[in-house]
Ligand binder design. Structure first.
Ligand code: BG6
Length: 474
C-alpha cells in the first residue's frame, strides 16, 4: 500500500522569504519587507506604520533573501532533479500591483511568474500557488490600514481576477491565504494590521478576518468561473491541541483552543460562521460588520480542499500554574513533557501529524494537502557546501511514516505533501538564515554575507529516493 497515483510530491517556499529583488521590475514595498531580523521583528505595531522608512540600525532580510528572483531556473532544475511533481510558491502581490489599488497590473511582474510557471512545466512540475503568503502592499497598509478596511476585498478581487486569467492553463492549484489563522497571532506580518493605542485589538482582528474570509470566497468564485479545472484550498496553521491532563477542564480548554483555529476553516469549508464562534464573539463584545450578501457568498463558494502546515502538536491546560510554554510557530502553547524539541524549541511530534490529519478529515470530509512541514536546524556545511543532515532526514522520515499511516490505516484522502523550505530561506518567525529547512544549502548568513551558492545536502538524495518510490522507501 502506498500513496495514490498522481500524489503530488514537492517542496514549498514563499515569495518574500526567497525572492529578494524587493524593488526590482516595478515591485512595490510590502509589509513582509519591512520586518527586520532581531528583537524588533514583532514589536507592538502601532500607528507608526502609516509612514514607514527603512533605517540603518536594522537589517531587513527580505530585501535580497536568497535572490531566487534571479536564480529561479537553477533552483527549479534542482527541484526537478529531486523528482518534484509540484512546487508550492507564492505570488508577491506587490509585483503585480505595486501599490495594490492601481487600475492596471504591472506587466513585468505578470511576465515574471508566467516564465517561472513555464519553467516548472518544462519539468512536469505542477505549481501550487499561494495567492497571499502574509504579504500586503505597504501602500494598502498605509492608506487603508490593510485588511481592517472592506475596500481590501475589491483590491484582492482584482488581483485574483488578473492572475487567474493570465495563468489559466499554467496553474490549477491555488491557496487563498497562507495560515489564515495567523492574523490572530502576528497581525502585522500576517495581514498588515497595526493598531491605535485606544483600539480593541480583537475587534480589529476579527473584522479584518471577516474581510479575508469574504475575499477568499470571492476568489473561489472567480477561480471556478475562469477555469472549472481550478481547485482552491484554504490553508491552516494546524497542530492538534492535547489536553494537559484528562481533567475535564483541561479537555474543554483544548477544545476551545482548537476551535480558535478551526473557526477560519469552518467558514471557508462549511460556508458559515460556526455557532460557537458567534457566541464567543458576542461574549467578548466583538461585532462584525457584514453586508447583506456576505453570508450567501460564504455559503456558495466554499473551498475544494483543505491545506495546512504542521510543525507540532500543541497543549492546553486550565491550570495557570502549568505555564511553561514552547516557542512553536508564534503560537504560545504549554510545553508537552513527552516530546523532544528542535534547536528553536519547537516540539517534535510525528504522531501528532496523524492525529491532526484525522481531526481535519473527520471535521471536513474534503481532500487534505500538507503544504508545510519540516525541521528548522543549524547546518554545518563542509568546504563544498555539503551538509550531513541526518537529523532532518530523521524528522521528515518519521513524519512521512505518520502521514502514510493516516492514509493507509485511517483512510485519509491526501492530495500531496510539500516540505517547507525545500531550499534554505529566510525564517518568517525570526528573520534568520541560520534556521535552515532545505534539502539545498544556500551560502548566506544572518547579516546577508555569502555567495548565495546552492549545494545539495545529504537529505537531497534521500528525498529524491522517497519521491521515486512514491513514499515506499522512507
Ligand atoms: C509557517 C509559515 O508559519 O511556518 C512560513 O507559513 C514559515 O512562512 C514557516 O517560514 C516556518 O516558520 P519559521 O519561523 O521557522 O520560518
Amino acid at each position: 500500500m502506498g500513496f495514490k497515483k498522481g500524489f503530488l510530491w514537492g517542496g514549498a517556499t514563499a515569495a518574500n522569504q526567497v525572492e529578494g529583488g524587493y524593488n526590482t521590475a516595478g515591485r512595490g514595498l510590502a509589509n513582509v519587507d519591512v520586518v527586520p531580523i532581531g528583537v524588533d521583528r514583532f514589536p507592538i505595531i502601532t500607528g507608526q506604520m502609516k509612514h514607514f522608512n527603512f533605517d540603518s540600525q536594522h537589517f531587513y532580510p527580505a530585501k535580497e533573501a536568497i535572490d531566487m528572483y534571479h536564480r529561479y531556473k537553477e533552483d527549479i532544475a534542482l527541484f526537478a532533479e529531486m523528482g518534484f511533481t509540484t512546487y508550492r510558491l507564492s505570488i508577491a502581490w506587490s509585483r503585480i500591483f505595486p501599490m495594490g489599488d492601481e487600475k492596471e497590473p504591472n506587466e513585468e511582474g505578470l511576465q515574471y511568474y508566467e516564465d517561472l510557471f513555464k519553467e516548472c512545466h518544462k519539468y512536469g512540475i505542477e505549481p501550487l500557488v499561494t495567492i497571499t503568503h502574509f504579504d500586503c502592499p505597504m501602500h494598502l497598509v498605509e492608506k487603508y490600514g490593510a485588511w481592517r478596511s472592506r475596500e481590501m476585498i475589491g483590491f484582492y478581487e482584482k488581483f485574483c481576477d488578473v492572475i487567474f486569467r493570465r495563468y489559466k492553463g499554467l496553474v490549477k492549484y491555488w491557496l487563498t491565504f497562507n495560515e489564515i489563522n495567523m492574523i490572530l497571532h502576528a497581525p502585522f506580518m500576517g495581514a498588515g494590521l497595526f493598531f491605535e493605542e485606544w483600539e480593541n485589538q480583537e475587534q480589529v482582528k476579527y473584522q479584518a478576518a471577516h474581510h479575508e474570509l469574504i475575499a477568499s470566497a470571492v476568489a473561489t468564485r472567480i477561480a471556478h468561473k475562469v477555469d472549472p479545472e481550478n481547485q482552491i484550498g484554504c490553508m491552516l496553521a494546524a497542530g492538534q491541541y492535547y489536553a494537559y491532563t484528562c481533567k475535564p477542564e483541561d479537555v474543554f480548554k483544548a477544545l476551545e483552543a482548537d476551535r480558535e483555529n478551526y473557526f477560519f476553516i469552518d467558514v471557508q469549508s462549511r460556508g458559515e460562521y460556526p455557532a460557537y464562534a458567534l457566541k464567543k464573539l458576542e461574549r467578548e463584545g466583538v461585532t462584525i460588520q457584514m453586508e447583506d450578501s456576505d453570508l450567501e457568498l460564504l455559503k456558495e463558494h466554499t473551498v475544494d480542499f483543505i491545506s495546512f502546515s504542521y510543525y507540532s502538536s500543541r497543549v492546553a491546560s486550565s491550570d495557570s500554574k502549568i505555564n511553561e510554554t514552547t516557542a512553536e510557530n508564534i503560537f504560545a502553547s504549554v510545553k508537552n513533557p513527552y516530546l523532544e524539541e528542535s534547536e528553536w524549541g519547537w516540539q517534535i511530534d510525528p504522531l501528532g501529524l496523524r492525529i491532526t490529519m484525522n481531526s481535519l478529515n473527520d471535521r471536513y470530509q474534503k481532500p487534505l494537502f500538507i503544504v508545510e512541514n519540516g525541521l528548522g536546524a543549524i547546518d554545518e556545511p563542509d568546504e563544498n557546501g555539503y551538509v550531513v543532515d541526518d537529523y532532518r532526514i530523521e524528522y521528515l522520515s518519521a513524519h512521512l511514516k505518520a502521514m502514510k499511516d493516516a492514509v493507509n490505516l485511517d483512510g485519509v484522502d491526501l492530495m500531496g505533501y510539500t516540505s517547507w523550505g525545500c531550499i534554505d530561506l529566510v525564517s518568517a518567525g525570526t528573520g534568520e538564515m541560520t534556521k535552515r529547512y532545505g534539502f539545498i544549502y544556500v551560502d548566506r548568513d544572518d547579516q546577508g554575507n555569502g555567495t548565495l551558492t546552492r549545494s545539495k545536502k545529504k537529505s537531497f538524495n534521500w528525498y529524491k529516493k522517497v519521491i521515486k518510490t512514491n513514499g515506499e522507501d522512507l
